[in-house]
Design a protein around this ligand. Sequence first.
Ligand SMILES: [Zn+2]
Length: 294
Amino acid sequence: MIQKINNRIYIFFTEEGYGKSNAVLIDDDIRVMIDSGAGKITEQARPEDVDILINSHCHLDHVWDNDLFVNARIVTHPLEQENFRDHKKIAPIENWEKYMQGEDPAQQFVHLKPSFLEEWRVDGTIDEGDIINTGKTKIYVMHMPGHTSGHLTFFFPDEGLLFCGDICLTKVGPWYGDNSTPLDYFIASINRIIDMKPDKVVSGHNKEVLTTPHIREAFSEYRERIYKRDKRILAALRKRHCTIDELAAKKLIYPAHPNIFVIYWEKAMIAKHLDRLMKNNEVAVDDKGMYYAT
Ligand SMILES: [Zn+2]
């Protein structure tokens, strides 16, 4: 479904589930698309006539159809430009060897997207503070790390609209299984959105344009899930010392583990919580990799 915000801004709500993502078309003097993962409906943006394709971050579900934008300059945050050089970060399975046995499943992605292992073109970078003027529309670029290191969100000041990428607001979020970004960064990014009080919010995966007064409540509840995960991990460690694998088997983040990716994410994200809890002196680890509450 494509929803019109005004005569120039269109939200492409994907109809293809979690493997794809929402996108935004700014059909102005300069035609800009934010993310290319909306699936079949991306064709309706006329990708060959788009001048600038912005990627909020490097994950496959947001960059899926980058190669349709043959005439566009493709831009992202400098840290994401780096991430694009590592296919495991695009997947995202960058810590696979650390937490899982056996070969990483990169080949599975090649079956879905044959060009997956080829080089991903990035032509330039944008960063916090940049203002993209497309003619009658202004887009403020905001760096909000946490989901990935260079994760970007976009504020349209004249419309009061924030596109917040994978600060996703879906019932399975938030996701922070990347390698390099402390969990506190994700919390800071959520706090920043709450403080900026946008009038309208669309994420990369929710199904509607969220409006005030629901925005503050939605982000507060979303942030609270991180604290609840902290508490569940701490409670488990108060009962007995555990490795990351043992904690993951308790399904403290995802109540079901339907495939190996979810098992992997559970481990990578528990590791983020443990880092945070250790920094706060609530948890420690012994030389055998057993974590315990202090
Ligand atoms: Zn993502």
